[in-house]
Design a protein around this ligand. Structure first.
Ligand code: AMP
Length: 402
């Protein structure tokens, strides 16, 4: 069985083709700047396939239809291809950002699924329409192939109302669906499964705090394998300090900025989403640059790291309280997997809660999932590299394989 995973953005298509027997990636690539004067396509065949190859092209790709046509042509190409015919693709899995309350699980795409994704577009106006473009084009291109939508929000639909409601008039939830939904669900689900396996427990037995720290970041409280709370909200702006997003902030700052600076709602939204977080504090949003700067004595870079790790610690503390018993704290994504300083600082001083990091293990640079706690730590601390595309492919097969 071969599954194609598609992540369609407004001007991009990312794709990965998996062989589901071995779960190996056969080929992967991305097309960017679709519709612009010159587009960029990168395609790579993976080692272990018959012939290895990588190609980059800069021809204009006018729209998603042409883009996906190019993807299929490359997947079946004599030099760069890994299949003879598109008919070898058994299923297509699509990433969809916002499933609202309509989707708790991966869902086979039919006309009613598309209508429901469209109905949720107001909750993710930048992402859902772009995801739908990819879905519509792929349905035309792979007419008889089952296609499945995997939602970033679905894993968090198990949260109880006390965790997902906002304390504003309830009628607004009823009318507009204003509530916490959470995102990065595919990643939180993937690392939950992996961590359970490494702990030697069944998925429905584990209590975890999963910590996804990338350009966007979120933390989830997982009870018996299910999400009971998560830090992102109705939109991906709440919670932790992120690359360019502020995370939690007093909502009154909106009105204050509007009054003091005459800023519009859109300007304030852009400020909090694109100019805040690490970038707002020290002008940089890549953790590697920030560490280099703080090592040279840059006080703003130090403050940014202090704020990010302090916020992480506050969330860890609150999720310890929510869960009572925690088997493991699991770090993942770009910062979570690679940044030993952020891990150490986020957990510093939590020994009284049974959390002890082995700094030698924490400092080792390895690619595989592993434990970094001391022998005596009652809560395990883990690094589990995330793989959202593989999770999408696996969830697609869960549905299609039935
Ligand atoms: P992601 O969104 O998961 O791709 O994570 C991207 C972010 O991970 C980058 O913006 C960096 O801040 C961070 N990152 C990647 N590699 C490293 C590294 N070796 N050390 C620290 N941070 C890293």
């Amino acid at each position: 069985m071969k599954t194609l995973v598609i992540n369609s953005g407004s001007s991009s298509i990312k794709y990965k083709l998996f062989d589901m027997e071995s779960e190996a990636v056969l080929a992967a690539g991305v097309i960017e700047r679709i519709g612009e004067e010159s587009s960029k396509l990168e395609h790579k065949k993976y080692p272990g396939t018959e012939r290895e190859g990588k190609t980059e092209q800069n021809d204009r790709v006018a729209n998603h239809e042409e883009g996906l046509g190019k993807v299929v042509a490359l997947l079946t190409d004599a030099d760069y291809g890994v299949i003879r015919d598109r008919a070898e693709i058994d299923a297509v899995g699509h990433r969809v950002v916002h499933g609202g309350e309509a989707f708790h699980a991966p869902t086979v795409i039919d006309d009613s699924t598309i209508a429901a994704i469209e109905a949720n577009a107001s909750l993710a106006p930048l992402h859902n329409p772009a995801n739908l473009t990819g879905i519509k084009v792929a349905r035309e291109m792979f007419k008889d192939v089952p296609q499945v939508a995997i939602f970033d929000t679905a894993f968090h639909q198990s949260m109880p109302a006390k965790a997902y409601q906002y304390a504003i008039p309830y009628a607004l939830y009823k009318e507009l669906g204003i509530r916490r939904y959470g995102f990065h669900g595919t990643s939180h689900r993937y690392v939950t499964k992996k961590a359970a396996a490494l702990l030697g427990k069944k998925e429905d037995e584990v209590n975890l705090i999963t910590v996804h720290l990338g350009n966007g970041s979120s933390m989830s409280a997982i009870k018996n394998g299910k999400c009971v709370d998560t830090s992102l909200g109705m939109t991906p702006l709440a919670g932790l300090v992120m690359g360019t997003r502020c995370g939690d902030i007093d909502p009154a700052v909106h009105a204050f900025l509007a009054k003091q600076k005459g800023m519009s709602i859109e300007e304030i939204d852009t400020l909090f989403n694109k100019e805040s977080g690490l970038k707002g504090i020290c002008g940089m949003n890549d953790m590697r640059d920030i560490h280099t700067a703080r090592e040279k004595g840059d006080a703003q870079a130090q403050l940014a790291v202090d704020m990010l790790t302090y916020r992480n610690k506050k969330y860890i503390g609150s999720y310890l309280a929510v869960l009572g018993r925690v088997d493991a704290i699991v770090f993942t994504a770009g910062i979570g997997e690679n940044d030993s300083d952020v891990r150490a600082l986020s957990l510093e001083g939590l020994e009284n809660f049974g959390i002890e990091v082995d700094q030698t293990k924490n400092g080792e640079r390895k690619k595989e999932a592993r434990f970094i706690n001391t022998e005596s730590s009652t809560v395990k601390v883990m690094i589990v590299p995330t793989d959202e595309e593989l999770e999408i492919a696996q969830q697609t097969m869960e549905i299609v394989g039935q």
